[in-house]
Design a binder for this molecule. Structure first.
Ligand SMILES: *Cc1c(COP(=O)(O)O)cnc(C)c1O
Length: 384
Protein backbone atom coordinates (compact mmCIF):
# COMPACT_ATOMS: atom_id res chain seq x y z
CA UNK A 1 0.00 0.00 0.00
CA UNK A 2 1.27 3.44 -0.83
CA UNK A 3 2.30 5.38 2.25
CA UNK A 4 2.61 8.81 0.65
CA UNK A 5 -0.87 10.12 0.12
CA UNK A 6 -2.10 13.06 -1.83
CA UNK A 7 -2.50 15.63 0.91
CA UNK A 8 -4.39 18.85 1.12
CA UNK A 9 -1.93 21.54 2.15
CA UNK A 10 -3.03 22.90 5.53
CA UNK A 11 -3.06 26.40 4.13
CA UNK A 12 -6.29 25.68 2.29
CA UNK A 13 -8.09 24.28 5.30
CA UNK A 14 -10.80 26.46 6.68
CA UNK A 15 -11.48 24.10 9.59
CA UNK A 16 -12.68 25.91 12.66
CA UNK A 17 -13.12 29.01 10.47
CA UNK A 18 -10.68 31.09 12.46
CA UNK A 19 -12.10 34.63 12.32
CA UNK A 20 -8.69 36.04 11.34
CA UNK A 21 -7.38 33.83 8.62
CA UNK A 22 -4.39 33.52 6.31
CA UNK A 23 -6.62 32.14 3.61
CA UNK A 24 -8.32 34.76 1.45
CA UNK A 25 -8.82 32.83 -1.77
CA UNK A 26 -12.60 32.79 -1.70
CA UNK A 27 -12.79 36.59 -1.33
CA UNK A 28 -10.09 37.12 -3.89
CA UNK A 29 -11.94 35.20 -6.54
CA UNK A 30 -15.41 36.41 -5.63
CA UNK A 31 -15.57 37.84 -9.16
CA UNK A 32 -14.92 34.42 -10.68
CA UNK A 33 -17.84 34.63 -13.14
CA UNK A 34 -15.86 37.27 -15.07
CA UNK A 35 -12.91 34.88 -15.29
CA UNK A 36 -15.18 32.02 -16.31
CA UNK A 37 -16.50 34.14 -19.14
CA UNK A 38 -12.95 34.62 -20.44
CA UNK A 39 -12.35 30.90 -20.09
CA UNK A 40 -15.50 30.41 -22.16
CA UNK A 41 -13.84 32.43 -24.92
CA UNK A 42 -10.77 30.19 -24.67
CA UNK A 43 -12.97 27.14 -25.11
CA UNK A 44 -14.45 28.69 -28.25
CA UNK A 45 -10.97 29.50 -29.58
CA UNK A 46 -9.23 26.32 -28.47
CA UNK A 47 -5.68 27.65 -28.07
CA UNK A 48 -5.13 25.69 -24.88
CA UNK A 49 -1.33 25.48 -24.94
CA UNK A 50 0.82 28.60 -25.33
CA UNK A 51 -2.25 30.43 -26.53
CA UNK A 52 -2.68 34.14 -27.05
CA UNK A 53 -3.34 34.76 -23.32
CA UNK A 54 0.14 33.42 -22.58
CA UNK A 55 1.65 35.87 -25.07
CA UNK A 56 -0.33 38.71 -23.54
CA UNK A 57 0.74 37.68 -20.06
CA UNK A 58 4.42 37.53 -20.98
CA UNK A 59 4.18 40.94 -22.59
CA UNK A 60 2.61 42.41 -19.47
CA UNK A 61 5.29 40.90 -17.22
CA UNK A 62 7.97 42.51 -19.39
CA UNK A 63 6.26 45.87 -18.95
CA UNK A 64 5.84 45.35 -15.21
CA UNK A 65 9.43 44.33 -14.51
CA UNK A 66 11.29 46.20 -17.23
CA UNK A 67 12.73 42.89 -18.46
CA UNK A 68 13.24 42.23 -22.15
CA UNK A 69 11.85 38.69 -21.96
CA UNK A 70 9.30 36.79 -19.89
CA UNK A 71 8.68 33.07 -20.26
CA UNK A 72 5.58 31.47 -18.75
CA UNK A 73 6.22 28.03 -17.26
CA UNK A 74 4.40 25.37 -15.27
CA UNK A 75 5.36 26.51 -11.76
CA UNK A 76 7.83 28.55 -9.72
CA UNK A 77 9.79 25.38 -9.11
CA UNK A 78 10.08 24.79 -12.84
CA UNK A 79 11.10 28.43 -13.29
CA UNK A 80 14.08 27.73 -11.02
CA UNK A 81 14.85 24.30 -12.43
CA UNK A 82 14.63 25.37 -16.08
CA UNK A 83 16.74 28.47 -15.34
CA UNK A 84 19.49 26.30 -13.89
CA UNK A 85 19.25 23.94 -16.89
CA UNK A 86 19.42 26.88 -19.30
CA UNK A 87 22.59 28.03 -17.53
CA UNK A 88 24.03 24.54 -17.92
CA UNK A 89 23.98 23.68 -14.22
CA UNK A 90 23.98 19.94 -13.55
CA UNK A 91 25.88 16.94 -12.26
CA UNK A 92 29.17 17.88 -10.61
CA UNK A 93 28.22 21.53 -10.08
CA UNK A 94 27.53 23.36 -6.85
CA UNK A 95 24.89 26.03 -6.33
CA UNK A 96 25.13 28.35 -3.33
CA UNK A 97 21.85 29.13 -1.58
CA UNK A 98 20.22 29.70 1.79
CA UNK A 99 18.99 27.02 4.22
CA UNK A 100 16.13 29.33 5.27
CA UNK A 101 13.71 28.96 2.35
CA UNK A 102 10.85 26.91 0.96
CA UNK A 103 11.62 23.36 -0.22
CA UNK A 104 11.28 24.20 -3.90
CA UNK A 105 14.48 26.26 -3.96
CA UNK A 106 16.53 23.27 -2.93
CA UNK A 107 14.51 20.74 -4.91
CA UNK A 108 15.12 22.72 -8.09
CA UNK A 109 18.88 22.63 -7.52
CA UNK A 110 19.06 18.99 -6.49
CA UNK A 111 16.95 17.70 -9.37
CA UNK A 112 19.37 19.20 -11.90
CA UNK A 113 21.98 16.86 -10.41
CA UNK A 114 23.87 19.76 -8.84
CA UNK A 115 24.64 19.98 -5.14
CA UNK A 116 23.08 22.71 -3.01
CA UNK A 117 25.74 24.39 -0.85
CA UNK A 118 24.25 26.32 2.02
CA UNK A 119 25.37 29.68 3.36
CA UNK A 120 23.82 31.00 6.54
CA UNK A 121 21.04 33.58 6.54
CA UNK A 122 21.13 37.06 8.00
CA UNK A 123 18.75 38.59 10.54
CA UNK A 124 16.86 40.04 7.56
CA UNK A 125 15.95 36.37 6.76
CA UNK A 126 17.94 36.37 3.50
CA UNK A 127 21.28 34.84 2.54
CA UNK A 128 24.23 36.57 4.25
CA UNK A 129 26.26 37.93 1.32
CA UNK A 130 29.42 38.26 3.43
CA UNK A 131 29.53 34.47 3.80
CA UNK A 132 29.16 33.56 0.13
CA UNK A 133 32.81 33.93 -0.85
CA UNK A 134 34.01 31.36 1.72
CA UNK A 135 31.60 28.79 0.25
CA UNK A 136 32.87 29.12 -3.34
CA UNK A 137 34.83 26.16 -4.71
CA UNK A 138 36.05 25.16 -8.16
CA UNK A 139 32.69 23.45 -8.64
CA UNK A 140 30.53 26.47 -7.84
CA UNK A 141 28.49 27.43 -10.86
CA UNK A 142 25.73 29.66 -9.56
CA UNK A 143 24.31 31.57 -6.63
CA UNK A 144 20.59 31.28 -5.94
CA UNK A 145 19.41 33.88 -3.40
CA UNK A 146 15.80 33.95 -2.17
CA UNK A 147 13.97 37.23 -1.55
CA UNK A 148 12.12 35.99 1.51
CA UNK A 149 8.63 37.36 1.97
CA UNK A 150 9.26 39.71 -0.94
CA UNK A 151 12.12 41.46 0.87
CA UNK A 152 15.13 41.97 -1.36
CA UNK A 153 18.46 40.31 -0.67
CA UNK A 154 21.49 42.61 -0.63
CA UNK A 155 21.75 42.71 -4.42
CA UNK A 156 24.75 45.07 -4.60
CA UNK A 157 26.85 42.64 -2.59
CA UNK A 158 25.52 39.53 -4.33
CA UNK A 159 25.95 40.82 -7.87
CA UNK A 160 29.50 41.94 -6.96
CA UNK A 161 30.48 38.51 -5.68
CA UNK A 162 28.96 36.79 -8.74
CA UNK A 163 30.75 39.12 -11.14
CA UNK A 164 34.05 38.76 -9.33
CA UNK A 165 33.95 34.95 -9.44
CA UNK A 166 32.20 34.52 -12.79
CA UNK A 167 29.16 32.86 -11.22
CA UNK A 168 25.66 32.70 -12.65
CA UNK A 169 22.92 34.37 -10.65
CA UNK A 170 19.39 32.98 -10.46
CA UNK A 171 16.96 34.89 -8.25
CA UNK A 172 14.22 33.06 -6.40
CA UNK A 173 11.72 35.91 -6.62
CA UNK A 174 8.75 33.64 -6.02
CA UNK A 175 7.61 36.01 -3.23
CA UNK A 176 8.72 39.14 -5.03
CA UNK A 177 6.29 40.37 -7.66
CA UNK A 178 6.29 44.22 -7.61
CA UNK A 179 9.13 44.28 -5.06
CA UNK A 180 12.26 46.26 -5.80
CA UNK A 181 15.79 47.09 -4.67
CA UNK A 182 17.00 50.63 -5.32
CA UNK A 183 14.00 51.06 -7.65
CA UNK A 184 14.92 48.04 -9.80
CA UNK A 185 12.45 45.15 -9.88
CA UNK A 186 13.42 41.96 -8.09
CA UNK A 187 14.14 39.22 -10.57
CA UNK A 188 15.97 41.59 -12.92
CA UNK A 189 19.40 41.47 -11.26
CA UNK A 190 20.24 37.88 -12.13
CA UNK A 191 20.78 35.95 -15.32
CA UNK A 192 17.18 34.99 -14.63
CA UNK A 193 14.50 35.86 -12.09
CA UNK A 194 11.96 33.21 -11.14
CA UNK A 195 8.38 33.75 -10.01
CA UNK A 196 5.56 31.55 -8.76
CA UNK A 197 1.83 31.99 -9.22
CA UNK A 198 0.88 29.24 -6.78
CA UNK A 199 -2.54 29.92 -5.18
CA UNK A 200 -0.85 31.26 -2.03
CA UNK A 201 1.48 33.73 -3.76
CA UNK A 202 0.71 37.43 -4.28
CA UNK A 203 -0.22 36.96 -7.95
CA UNK A 204 -2.01 33.65 -7.80
CA UNK A 205 -3.78 31.40 -10.25
CA UNK A 206 -6.16 28.45 -10.00
CA UNK A 207 -3.49 25.81 -9.66
CA UNK A 208 0.16 25.97 -10.64
CA UNK A 209 1.96 28.50 -12.77
CA UNK A 210 5.18 30.46 -12.90
CA UNK A 211 7.36 32.62 -15.09
CA UNK A 212 10.96 33.59 -15.69
CA UNK A 213 12.32 37.00 -16.63
CA UNK A 214 15.64 37.66 -18.31
CA UNK A 215 17.34 40.34 -20.38
CA UNK A 216 19.49 37.79 -22.19
CA UNK A 217 18.01 36.80 -25.53
CA UNK A 218 19.99 33.56 -25.76
CA UNK A 219 18.82 32.43 -22.33
CA UNK A 220 15.25 33.41 -23.22
CA UNK A 221 15.39 31.36 -26.43
CA UNK A 222 16.87 28.40 -24.56
CA UNK A 223 14.11 28.62 -21.96
CA UNK A 224 11.42 28.74 -24.65
CA UNK A 225 12.88 25.51 -26.02
CA UNK A 226 13.24 23.88 -22.62
CA UNK A 227 9.63 24.46 -21.62
CA UNK A 228 8.22 23.08 -24.87
CA UNK A 229 9.92 19.81 -25.89
CA UNK A 230 12.88 21.67 -27.37
CA UNK A 231 10.73 22.67 -30.30
CA UNK A 232 11.79 25.54 -32.53
CA UNK A 233 8.75 24.82 -34.68
CA UNK A 234 6.20 22.04 -35.07
CA UNK A 235 8.63 19.59 -36.66
CA UNK A 236 12.05 20.43 -35.31
CA UNK A 237 13.50 19.74 -31.86
CA UNK A 238 16.72 21.62 -31.22
CA UNK A 239 17.34 20.02 -27.82
CA UNK A 240 15.66 17.25 -25.81
CA UNK A 241 13.64 18.95 -23.18
CA UNK A 242 10.63 19.18 -20.92
CA UNK A 243 6.99 20.07 -21.08
CA UNK A 244 6.45 22.90 -18.63
CA UNK A 245 4.30 25.52 -20.26
CA UNK A 246 2.19 28.08 -18.46
CA UNK A 247 -1.37 26.88 -19.08
CA UNK A 248 -3.43 29.22 -21.24
CA UNK A 249 -6.25 28.80 -18.75
CA UNK A 250 -4.01 29.92 -15.88
CA UNK A 251 -2.72 32.80 -17.99
CA UNK A 252 -6.32 34.02 -18.21
CA UNK A 253 -6.56 34.05 -14.42
CA UNK A 254 -3.16 35.74 -14.13
CA UNK A 255 -4.05 38.43 -16.69
CA UNK A 256 -7.26 39.10 -14.82
CA UNK A 257 -5.41 39.54 -11.51
CA UNK A 258 -2.60 41.61 -13.01
CA UNK A 259 -5.15 44.42 -13.35
CA UNK A 260 -5.19 44.72 -9.59
CA UNK A 261 -1.69 43.64 -8.60
CA UNK A 262 -0.83 47.14 -7.40
CA UNK A 263 -3.98 47.28 -5.28
CA UNK A 264 -3.04 43.90 -3.76
CA UNK A 265 0.55 45.01 -3.19
CA UNK A 266 -0.32 48.39 -1.69
CA UNK A 267 -2.81 46.79 0.69
CA UNK A 268 -0.19 44.33 1.92
CA UNK A 269 2.34 47.11 2.40
CA UNK A 270 -0.03 49.28 4.41
CA UNK A 271 -1.18 46.34 6.54
CA UNK A 272 2.44 45.49 7.29
CA UNK A 273 3.15 49.11 8.23
CA UNK A 274 0.31 49.02 10.75
CA UNK A 275 1.62 45.75 12.23
CA UNK A 276 5.10 47.31 12.46
CA UNK A 277 3.68 50.29 14.30
CA UNK A 278 1.61 48.23 16.73
CA UNK A 279 4.11 45.45 17.37
CA UNK A 280 7.35 47.42 17.15
CA UNK A 281 7.33 48.42 20.82
CA UNK A 282 6.81 44.93 22.26
CA UNK A 283 10.15 43.89 23.78
CA UNK A 284 9.59 40.15 23.22
CA UNK A 285 9.26 40.72 19.47
CA UNK A 286 11.89 41.64 16.89
CA UNK A 287 10.64 43.48 13.83
CA UNK A 288 13.33 43.55 11.13
CA UNK A 289 14.78 46.80 9.76
CA UNK A 290 12.89 48.28 6.83
CA UNK A 291 15.46 50.26 4.81
CA UNK A 292 13.86 52.78 2.48
CA UNK A 293 15.74 51.61 -0.64
CA UNK A 294 13.92 48.27 -0.48
CA UNK A 295 10.29 47.95 -1.52
CA UNK A 296 9.05 44.88 0.30
CA UNK A 297 5.76 43.33 -0.83
CA UNK A 298 4.95 41.13 2.16
CA UNK A 299 4.06 37.84 0.60
CA UNK A 300 4.24 36.95 4.29
CA UNK A 301 4.58 39.27 7.29
CA UNK A 302 7.34 37.68 9.37
CA UNK A 303 8.79 38.80 12.69
CA UNK A 304 10.66 36.99 15.42
CA UNK A 305 9.04 36.21 18.75
CA UNK A 306 10.17 34.93 22.11
CA UNK A 307 8.31 31.78 23.21
CA UNK A 308 7.14 31.49 19.63
CA UNK A 309 5.34 28.16 19.88
CA UNK A 310 3.35 29.23 22.95
CA UNK A 311 2.47 32.52 21.29
CA UNK A 312 1.27 30.66 18.21
CA UNK A 313 -0.97 28.31 20.23
CA UNK A 314 -2.37 31.21 22.23
CA UNK A 315 -3.24 33.22 19.14
CA UNK A 316 -4.84 30.26 17.41
CA UNK A 317 -7.02 29.81 20.53
CA UNK A 318 -8.02 33.45 20.11
CA UNK A 319 -9.14 32.72 16.57
CA UNK A 320 -6.07 34.18 14.89
CA UNK A 321 -4.46 32.03 12.23
CA UNK A 322 -0.74 32.35 12.88
CA UNK A 323 1.73 30.29 10.90
CA UNK A 324 5.38 29.39 10.97
CA UNK A 325 7.30 29.62 7.68
CA UNK A 326 9.13 27.26 8.41
CA UNK A 327 10.15 25.31 11.49
CA UNK A 328 12.97 23.19 10.02
CA UNK A 329 15.80 24.62 7.88
CA UNK A 330 16.70 22.95 4.60
CA UNK A 331 20.09 21.58 5.71
CA UNK A 332 18.35 19.59 8.47
CA UNK A 333 15.60 18.13 6.28
CA UNK A 334 15.70 14.34 5.82
CA UNK A 335 16.24 14.95 2.10
CA UNK A 336 19.53 16.71 2.89
CA UNK A 337 20.98 13.84 4.93
CA UNK A 338 23.49 12.81 2.26
CA UNK A 339 25.02 16.31 2.20
CA UNK A 340 26.39 15.77 5.70
CA UNK A 341 25.24 18.94 7.43
CA UNK A 342 24.35 18.96 11.10
CA UNK A 343 22.66 21.14 13.67
CA UNK A 344 24.76 24.18 14.54
CA UNK A 345 26.12 24.60 10.99
CA UNK A 346 23.91 27.62 10.27
CA UNK A 347 23.06 29.21 13.60
CA UNK A 348 21.14 32.20 12.22
CA UNK A 349 18.91 30.12 9.95
CA UNK A 350 18.32 27.69 12.80
CA UNK A 351 17.41 30.48 15.20
CA UNK A 352 15.06 31.95 12.57
CA UNK A 353 13.30 28.60 12.29
CA UNK A 354 12.87 28.58 16.08
CA UNK A 355 11.59 32.15 16.36
CA UNK A 356 9.79 33.34 13.22
CA UNK A 357 6.07 33.79 13.13
CA UNK A 358 3.79 34.97 10.29
CA UNK A 359 0.65 37.04 10.79
CA UNK A 360 -2.09 37.31 8.15
CA UNK A 361 -1.27 40.28 5.91
CA UNK A 362 -3.39 39.73 2.81
CA UNK A 363 -5.43 42.45 1.15
CA UNK A 364 -8.74 41.53 2.82
CA UNK A 365 -7.65 41.74 6.44
CA UNK A 366 -9.09 44.84 8.11
CA UNK A 367 -7.41 47.45 10.28
CA UNK A 368 -9.65 46.35 13.14
CA UNK A 369 -8.45 42.76 12.76
CA UNK A 370 -4.80 43.84 12.74
CA UNK A 371 -5.40 45.83 15.94
CA UNK A 372 -7.00 42.77 17.49
CA UNK A 373 -3.96 40.63 16.56
CA UNK A 374 -1.63 43.16 18.18
CA UNK A 375 -3.83 43.37 21.28
CA UNK A 376 -3.82 39.59 21.64
CA UNK A 377 -0.03 39.46 21.27
CA UNK A 378 0.32 42.05 24.05
CA UNK A 379 -2.09 40.09 26.25
CA UNK A 380 -0.04 36.94 25.75
CA UNK A 381 3.19 38.56 26.90
CA UNK A 382 1.47 40.49 29.72
CA UNK A 383 0.30 37.16 31.18
CA UNK A 384 3.99 36.24 31.48
C1 LIG B 1 6.41 28.91 -3.69
C2 LIG B 1 7.88 28.96 -3.77
C3 LIG B 1 8.58 28.34 -4.80
C4 LIG B 1 7.95 27.42 -5.81
O1 LIG B 1 6.83 27.82 -6.40
P1 LIG B 1 5.75 26.78 -6.99
O2 LIG B 1 5.04 27.64 -7.96
O3 LIG B 1 4.89 26.36 -5.83
O4 LIG B 1 6.45 25.65 -7.62
C5 LIG B 1 9.94 28.52 -4.86
N1 LIG B 1 10.60 29.24 -3.94
C6 LIG B 1 9.97 29.83 -2.92
C7 LIG B 1 10.76 30.61 -1.93
C8 LIG B 1 8.60 29.67 -2.78
O5 LIG B 1 7.97 30.20 -1.72
Amino acid sequence: MASIKNFLPQQYETTGELPINHNYLIEQFADYPTILEKIGELVKRGDYTLGREVDAFEQRICELTGSSHAIGVGSGTDALFLSLKALDVGEGDEVITTPYTFFATIGAIATTGARPVFVDANWDYNIDPTKIEAAITKKTKAVLPVHWGGYSCDMDAITDVCRKHGLKLVEDSCHGIRASYRNKALGTFGDTGCFSMHPLKNLNVWGDGGYIVTDDEKIADHLRLLRNHGLANRNEAQVWAYNSRLDTLQAIVANHLLDKIDVVTDARISHAALYDELLGGIPELTVPDRPDYIKQVYHIYVIRAERRDELQSYLIEQGIDVKVHYPLPMHLQPASASYGYSEGDFPVAEELCRSVVSFPVHEFITEEQIRLVAKSVKEFYAKG
